[in-house]
Design a protein around this ligand. Structure first.
Ligand code: ADP
Ligand code: MG
Length: 694
């Protein structure tokens, strides 16, 4: 249960004075449903009203605060024109203008002959100084009521700065003093304010520096948020480790058979990864390990040997892939090796229905099928294993945490191996998984040649097509990736179809195949088959080939309007070539008017093939929020921390969380109790509940 101390800030917005249902709705849209969300709604910048030049020296466009004498009112002759009030000081004249003005109100606020202080943005109209709708008008003796520095908040349509500001201040006044949860030594070294002071300072900046990400108050709040998230992860993980796992350590008999059938030797990093995985599986706690390796680095084989380990112990294993194509491809990679090792594998996707599916499920339930490869279809309730020991999840970021749990629920103490080809920058890894065990496959299988990446302007597309024509004659296999069109699948498809027709026209019907996301699985397979084993040498594709697809003979890739793709996406796409022994070429065709970031993306692609370098650059160019498409990727979204800036705070929060859980696993010490409040404050209630249930 949430501590009472926090009740006032977890009350609905309508509990604030002056906030009725209509404004509450707007505030909720801008910030969130509770008072606490307004506390997290931090100003983006400040307006400085301290500049008070004489009228004659007021520069256009600046915010000024000026003492004037009111001369005369000019009510408009008709409603479309502004109400004008002529004012002056010793140096010149200033006109205040108001549209849709209330005459009585203006006469009361700006009585002729009296002095007033006005603040607003100076504009010049036919060399006459004007302020349209001054932000403040006060009597000289109340000059102090005009804030020298005014915070500027992100707004939402219909919400005015004044209303928002008032609500925020009201929220701040409800912020309780909370017991300190930070390590006293760390707090002293950083010289940060307390949580309560940080909230007050954040909403009452004195200078522009106070709203920067590096301001003391911002760092404190960012660290609090990161610590809450890392602590929650650490708690969940400590609990998972405590769950009874099973010691899985086979006699290597089956693995030896598969190894003999393997047409290559494992690389050093594959061997290392298998050692780490083997140690995890052998221990009695549950494995949760991430296998990170660039496209084509050979993760599938590693997964296979881990699965065979489980099978040697009499268990079963599941391999989950994000797409149908990829599931089938894993199946094809693994099948010959499985055959050699004398084990049975099967593939299950949404396409499998009726009798065949039923038969498959029966075999799975009695343990006759030892490895099941599949898509989301594996999650279905009627898919039951006799004894699932290991689940491997490929391309993790496409699956949510609850799906991971659903799979774990299909066995007892199931070990988890999560594979990702998206090289996630270290900072993002930490934020999403906390202190997760990671194995990496940094080197590619031997014999791979680097891909020659070139940038080609769109105007030279004809030359590109000619070059492709020569490559076709020499027997090459070519991917032709069509441009993304403004988030529209329909238009993506239109672009691909058009290119497909065009290339068929140039090179002949047989030579070109087309795959896209809207195709039925059967058609897709047929097109792929024509490309892999058939006469087709050019595969025109939307981004559906991004994940998976292994055609080692393919050596050329053309990406049209490459500037529209993200770095990670380009990297994934290019990873489809350079998989065989022959040299490969990637042509990034770009359109006119490149933005600066687009240009940097393309240059990065030309300079490096290192996925980790590319991922770090991606983080720099896009910022953490956008990377990997946030929500759907399972990456947490932070309100106060900006990972592109607060990366080092994240690492500290991770270390701190680990230490806390080591020393005070139940959070029962004084600091532990304060940390519980921190968890509630950032709505990590589930983590606290985990603590309680032991
Ligand atoms: P990933 O899933 O990491 O993208 P794959 O597991 O699909 O990569 O492997 C890519 C290709 O490399 C496959 O054709 C695979 O058979 C091959 N491969 C894997 N390991 C090695 C190795 N040690 N030596 C040579 N080829 C390998
Ligand atoms: Mg793979």
């Amino acid at each position: 249960m949430r501590p009472e101390l926090l009740f006032p800030i977890f009350a609905p917005l309508s509990s604030l004075s002056g906030v009725g249902p209509r404004i509450a709705k707007l505030l909720e849209k801008a910030a969130g449903p509770h008072v606490v969300n307004l506390l997290w709604h931090l100003p983006r910048e400040v307006v400085d009203r301290s500049f008070s030049p004489p009228i004659a020296e007021a520069p256009a466009g600046r915010i000024v605060t000026i003492k004037v004498t009111v001369d005369k009112h000019f009510p408009p002759p008709d409603k479309r024109r502004p109400y004008r009030v002529a004012c002056r000081d010793d140096t010149g004249a200033l006109t205040l203008t108001f549209f849709h003005a209330d005459k009585g109100y203006l006469e009361r606020e700006l009585p002729v002959g009296e002095q007033r202080i006005v603040s607003g943005r100076i504009e010049y109209f036919r060399s006459e100084a004007q302020i349209a709708h001054p932000d403040f008008i006060t009597r000289p003796e109340q000059a102090d009521s005009i804030p020298k520095i005014e915070p500027v908040y992100p707004l939402t349509a219909g919400l005015t700065p004044k209303v928002l500001r008032k609500a925020v201040l009201s929220a701040v006044s409800k912020a309780p003093a909370l017991p300190e949860w930070l390590d006293p030594e760390y707090l002293r070294r950083k010289d940060w304010p307390s949580w309560h002071d940080a909230i007050e300072e954040a909403h009452n900046p004195q200078t522009g520096a106070d709203v920067s990400a590096m301001a003391q108050n911002r760092q404190r709040l960012a660290f609090d948020e990161l610590l809450a998230s890392q602590l929650a992860l650490a708690i969940t993980r400590a609990k998972a480790k405590k769950l009874p796992g099973r010691s899985i350590e086979g006699d290597k008999r089956i693995r030896a058979l598969a190894m003999k059938a393997l047409p290559f030797k494992l690389t050093g990093s594959q061997v290392d990864a298998l050692k780490e995985i083997g140690a995890d599986m052998a221990s009695t706690s549950r494995m949760l390990r991430l296998l990170q390796g660039d496209v084509g680095s050979g993760k599938t084989v590693v997964a296979l040997f881990a699965m065979l380990n489980a099978i040697e112990c009499g268990g079963q294993a599941a391999l989950l892939a994000p797409t149908e194509i990829l599931a089938r491809q894993h199946f094809e990679t693994i099948e010959p090796l499985a055959k050699a090792a004398g084990i049975r594998i099967a593939v299950l996707t949404g396409r499998d229905k009726g009798k065949a599916r039923k038969a498959l499920l029966e075999e799975l339930a009695v343990g006759d099928i030892q490895i099941l490869i599949g898509t989301h279809a594996i999650f279905q309730d009627d898919v039951t294993f006799k004894d699932l020991m290991l689940a491997v999840i490929d391309e993790q970021h496409r699956f949510g945490v609850h799906q991971r749990l659903a799979l774990a629920g299909k066995g007892r103490g199931v070990d988890m191996l999560v594979m990702t080809a998206t090289p996630i920058p270290r900072t993002l890894m930490l934020s999403a998984y906390g202190d997760l065990d990671v194995s990496r496959l940094p080197d590619k299988p031997p014999g791979r040649k680097p891909v020659d990446t070139r940038l080609v302007p769109n105007g030279r597309l004809d030359d590109v097509a000619e070059g492709i024509g020569r490559a076709v004659k020499s027997g090459a296999k070519i991917y032709w990736v069509c441009p993304l069109v403004e988030d529209s699948e329909v238009l993506d498809l239109a672009a691909a179809t058009e290119r497909f027709d065009d290339l068929k026209h140039r090179f002949g019907e047989d030579v070109v195949a087309l795959v896209h996301g809207k195709m039925k699985a059967k058609e897709k397979d047929a097109a792929m088959a024509r490309f892999i084993d058939g006469p087709a040498q050019i595969l025109v594709a939307t981004t559906v080939i991004e994940v998976g697809v292994n055609v080692p003979e393919a050596t050329i890739m053309v990406i049209e309007h490459a500037e529209r793709f993200g770095l990670a996406q380009l990297h994934q796409l290019r990873g489809r070539i350079g998989r065989g022994a022959a040299a490969s070429t990637c042509l990034l065709v770009y359109g006119a008017n490149l933005t600066e970031t687009a240009e940097r993306r393309l240059k990065t692609m030309r300079q490096t093939e290192d996925g980790f370098v590319i991922a770090e650059e991606d983080l720099r160019l896009r910022g953490a929020g956008e990377l990997l498409g946030t929500r759907q990727s399972g990456m947490p979204v932070f309100r106060l921390a900006d990972l592109a800036v607060h990366g080092d705070l994240l690492a500290t929060a991770r270390d701190d969380a680990r230490l806390i859980i080591e020393r005070d696993p139940d959070l029962s010490s004084e600091r532990g109790k304060a940390l519980r409040i921190l968890l509630y404050l950032f709505e990590r209630d589930a983590a606290v509940a985990t603590l309680r249930s032991g």
